[in-house]
Design a protein around this ligand. Structure first.
Ligand SMILES: Nc1ncnc2c1ncn2[C@@H]1O[C@H](COP(=O)(O)OP(=O)(O)OP(=O)(O)O)[C@@H](O)[C@H]1O
Ligand code: SF4
Ligand SMILES: [Mg+2]
Length: 324
């Protein structure tokens, strides 16, 4: 496999508060290679968006990176001054959020937003920027792209608007794309098209993509690998087929409940009772132990590290059950 473009190592994100510091992400590590899509899943509040925000340098204060490091093409990017990070974000990292309106300026035409982004980051003249803007809109499947340049965001439907956001995110030819539930706000019929588009652009341009989604179907269809987060920690990470068909971590087994069980043993575990703990009340040992149908005595006091699992060791799970 190619060397990772994005490397996240032992990332820790904290929110200092009056009643102490909340640790929202703890010891998150993963990499994404060029041309690869990493899916990120987990219940609401697991830390998916915070992980994306930390990578693109948009954590909202008082949230801060309190430990670990983030590298893009080998260069550390977690400790850059805000100005340098902003430049990097425009040029090398594209961000796509759930609501396309947060990424678009309602006062400017789509054409202006695209050409300005292109000219800010690439050494091209106005005519070339316009040509590229049209090509990007065409590439993202927007009909009559040339006429559409003169229109404002509100003149586009939700699905078309999200395509514009993707075009904008790609305008500077970024090497990394962070997409946080890019299709959640869209009609089901449009969702598959947008995901297919993201997938195609990732393959064709060799970008690394981090795709946060609640949709196991999207994971199965579009992602190469998947990371499962629980209470701000990495529960399991591995190739999609492996994680879906042979999940190692009991939490992943529960999450995969939406996908038909392969055998009887699986079926018994599909229900996970209880809720994910609040940040201030993450239990010691394995954070999942109060809900785990297979908890062992040590799970209550000893925290499992990510351990290699599976035949080819490509999957890793933070669970004592996979310990040798
Ligand atoms: N500004 C903040 N102050 C304190 N805690 C925060 C803040 N922002 C996020 N959190 C906490 O960090 C945790 C992770 O949040 P995050 O938004 O990453 O979850 P998520 O996995 O994206 O969930 P969802 O699926 O609902 O989008 C949550 O417990 C959340 O309450
Ligand atoms: S470490 Fe223990 S409690 Fe945690 S998931 Fe594995 S078996 Fe369950
Ligand atoms: Mg989120």
């Amino acid at each position: 496999m190619a060397a990772p473009l994005l490397e996240v190592r032992h990332l820790r994100v904290e929110f200092p508060g009056r009643r102490g510091t909340l640790r929202a992400l703890d010891d998150i590590s993963f990499g994404i290679a060029p041309g690869e899509i990493l899916g990120v899943v987990g219940e609401s509040g697991a830390g998916k968006s915070l992980t994306g925000a930390a990578i693109i340098g948009l954590l909202e204060p008082p949230g801060r990176i309190a430990g670990g490091e983030i590298r893009l093409a080998g260069q550390r990017i977690d400790n850059l001054p805000p100005e340098a990070m902003r430049a990097l974000r425009g040029r090398h990292i594209g961000a796509i959020f759930q609501d396309p309106l947060t990424s678009l300026n309602p006062l400017y035409t789509v054409g202006r937003q695209l050409t300005e982004t292109i000219r800010t980051h690439l050494p091209v003249d106005a005519a070339e920027a316009r040509r590229r803007a049209i090509a990007l809109l065409q590439e993202t499947g927007i009909p009559a792209a040339e006429q559409r340049l003169a229109q404002y965001p509100h003149q586009f439907s939700g699905g078309m608007r999200q395509r514009v956001v993707i075009a904008l995110a790609l305008a500077a030819e970024p090497r990394l794309i962070v997409a946080d539930e890019p299709t959640t706000a869209l009609d089901v019929s449009i969702q598959a098209q947008i995901i297919a588009l993201l997938q195609r652009l990732c393959r064709e341009r060799g970008a690394a993509v981090m795709l946060v989604t609640h949709d196991m179907g999207v994971i199965a269809e579009a992602c190469d690998r998947v990371a499962v987060l629980y209470a701000g920690r990495m529960a399991e990470i591995g190739p999609v087929a492996d994680v879906i068909h042979r999940p190692r971590h009991p939490y992943t087994v529960g999450l995969m409940g939406a996908i038909p069980a392969m055998d009887e043993d699986r079926e018994r575990l599909l229900q996970i009772d209880g809720a994910m703990p609040r940040l201030g009340a993450i239990p010691p040992g394995c954070a999942f132990h109060p809900r785990c149908p297979q908890a062992l005595a040590r799970c209550r006091s000893e925290r499992p590290e990510l351990l290699e699992a599976g035949a080819n060791q490509a999957t890793r799970a933070a669970c004592w059950l996979v310990a040798p």
